[in-house]
Design a binder for this molecule. Structure first.
Ligand SMILES: Cc1cc2nc3c(=O)[nH]c(=O)nc-3n(C[C@H](O)[C@H](O)[C@H](O)COP(=O)(O)OP(=O)(O)OC[C@H]3O[C@@H](n4cnc5c(N)ncnc54)[C@H](O)[C@@H]3O)c2cc1C
Length: 434
């Protein structure tokens, strides 16, 4: 038999062995949430405990979403399927349940969930990983819930893209100049990385769409980026803010710091300064808060995140581990303050949770969480980005290359083919060569 055939049969046999359900007498590890932290935890558990534990992963989605690329999905530079990884393919060997966990009985050690058809299920656990991440923060501002576009899922990103394109088309068809101007006004609230990325890239997208429509030649496109803070990208290195601010201004974005909105209406928003801005597009990027399941657990929390030790264990509950946005993991490199809610931390914490769970079952040694921030990347579209890998500030093409290289690297780590190397983002209006 040809060597290639033998290898292929061997691989098939191994895959079949991995997908077979593990015997019920083995310790049962349940991972709730398959985002950055949960996905990394599940993969680590499969590697470390193959054949030694039953591993069940429960998520309301059947795929892992690479959230940092949602702004690119929203402006159409990346196809949605490129930012999703099917769980059944990437977590072979785990029992997968598509459902939303709605109750954890800590005394009885059971997890209950609701599936998409309204059915219920329940399973026991010996070890539990809480990795449910965070949800968008909705402030009690009238009209926001009804009129704003959120930004947490592929479907929301696609819906925003369609909405923006539709506004340009409706503006093109409008005879009333006021309506045309309102259709071409886009307001983003929140100048964190999500709001800044989607605004910078959105401005480039609409510049391209408008350039294709002679009827809109005389109508300016207006993007506004509002934030209560004194600068864009608050909380990140001020040098990144400087780069982002420059790019936003070059693209004609009206950046208003120290400003938010006080009301959202179907055809306008009222700014906190009192003035009204006619618009049909309000993009809501005002931070995140831990998933509501965290509060429902009834365990100690810190700013809504589950309190854990540096070993990611919940104090007094040695069978429960938490990681990612849902957990207040002490950052020993920053005097024990909770680690930032970033993909970088979530992934590493997920891997460590797997290691420490294996250790708790007698395989290997536990470790403490310790990770020095590697820096941050902000994709601004075209040849623009802001990045500070290992604290070195970069802008322009160098930053864009680091940003995309980093993305490709991350996607490979998660077993995902990433063909996107260049940029299909249109050049911003001011920079386009004619
Ligand atoms: C638009 C956007 C852009 C971002 N950009 C960046 C960036 O550029 N750089 C960066 O470092 N970070 C970025 N982040 C933050 C980063 O994505 C998060 O810090 C990271 O996703 C946290 O990982 P996690 O595993 O804790 O949560 P998530 O990745 O959110 O995963 C949580 C998982 O839990 C599941 N889940 C939730 N509740 C339940 C339940 N009750 N039952 C079952 N399953 C449940 C969810 O479906 C989800 O799959 C961005 C976030 C967003 C939304």
């Amino acid at each position: 038999m040809a060597l290639a055939q033998q290898f292929s049969r061997m691989r098939a046999r191994r895959a079949a062995a991995r997908t077979r359900a593990a015997p019920a007498h083995l310790p049962h590890v349940v991972v709730v949430g398959a985002g950055f932290a949960g996905h990394a935890a599940a993969r680590g558990l499969l590697r470390r405990l193959h054949g030694r534990a039953r591993i069940t992963v429960i998520d309301q989605r059947d795929h892992f979403v690479y959230l940092p690329l949602l702004p690119e999905v929203a402006v159409g530079t990346i196809e949605p399927r490129r930012v999703a990884i099917a769980l059944n393919r990437s977590l072979r060997g785990a029992e997968l349940i598509t459902g939303a966990v709605d109750h954890v009985d800590i005394d009885a050690r059971t997890v209950s969930w609701r599936d998409v058809d309204g059915g219920h299920g329940r399973t026991g656990y010996d070890r539990l990983v809480v990795a449910v991440g965070s949800v968008g923060k909705l402030l009690p501002i009238p009209g926001v819930a009804e009129n704003a576009h959120g930004f947490r899922s592929i479907s929301e990103a696609l819906s925003l893209r369609d909405h923006v394109v539709r506004q340009v088309e409706l503006a093109s068809a409008a005879v009333d100049p006021a309506e045309r101007a309102a259709r071409l006004t886009f307001v983003t609230v929140g100048a964190g990385y999500t709001g800044t990325e989607v605004t910078a890239q959105g401005a480039a997208l609409t510049a391209l769409l408008v350039a294709d429509r002679p009827t809109l030649a005389e109508t300016p496109v207006r993007w506004m980026l509002l934030d209560h803070s004194a600068r864009v990208l608050p909380g990140l290195d001020p040098r990144l803010s400087g780069v982002a601010d420059r790019v936003l201004h070059e693209r004609g974005v009206d950046v208003r710091t120290g400003t938010s909105i006080s009301e959202a209406m179907p055809g306008a928003v009222r700014l906190s300064t009192g003035s009204e801005v006619p618009t049909h597009t309000l993009i809501w990027c005002v931070g995140v808060r831990p998933d509501p399941l965290v509060a429902a657990l009834g365990l100690a929390t810190d700013r809504g995140r589950l309190v854990v030790g540096t070993d990611l264990r919940v104090p007094d509950h040695p069978d429960i581990f938490a990681c990612g946005d849902a957990a207040a993991v002490p950052d020993v490199t920053r005097h024990g303050a909770p680690t930032a809610m970033t993909a970088q931390h979530a992934t590493r914490q997920g891997r460590l949770a797997a290691r420490n769970i294996a250790a708790s079952l007698g395989y290997g040694r536990a470790r403490r969480y310790r990770h020095h921030d590697l820096g941050f990347v902000v994709e601004l579209g075209g040849a623009d980005a802001a990045a500070n890998p290992l604290g070195v500030p970069l802008s322009g093409v160098a930053a864009a290359m680091v940003t995309r290289g980093f993305t490709c690297m991350r996607c490979r780590v998660t077993g995902y083919a990433w063909p996107w190397t260049g940029s299909s983002m249109p050049a911003p209006a001011g920079k386009r060569s004619r």
